[in-house]
Design a protein around this ligand. Sequence first.
Ligand code: DGP
Length: 123
Amino acid sequence: MRSYDDQNIFAKILRGQIPNQTVLETDHSLAFRDIQPQAPVHVLVIPKGPYVDFAHFSAEASEAEVIDYMRAIAEVCRLEGVEEDGFRAISNAGQNGVQEVPHLHVHILGGRPLGRMLQPASA
Ligand code: DGP
């Protein structure tokens, strides 16, 4: 299990040290706009607790946190109006997943056709 670094940028957002454009806040989750949007809708949904990735979250989060987080993700899709036309939910983890910020987050992307999920592998 990877250990949590409380100096990561999302931890600072949660502590109010860095501003964010909040879309939704619940008891255990926060959703805010990505600083480098890759689609008309690009929202990050994070648990408020100190979890690095889904493996960490699923092992250590309480049932209340897990339920809140799943519902927050769905609620963001509803609030952003992407439920009907569709969206993509991505959570990058670790080195191969190219996770830049080591605090669990799900990207909600939508508002335009997103193409296939991955480019064909070159090797
Ligand atoms: P990932 O590779 O999945 O760890 O993506 C991290 C995302 O976080 C990336 O799309 C850019 C976004 N991001 C990085 N720093 C900030 C920030 O300070 N504020 C916001 N709103 N988003 C950030």
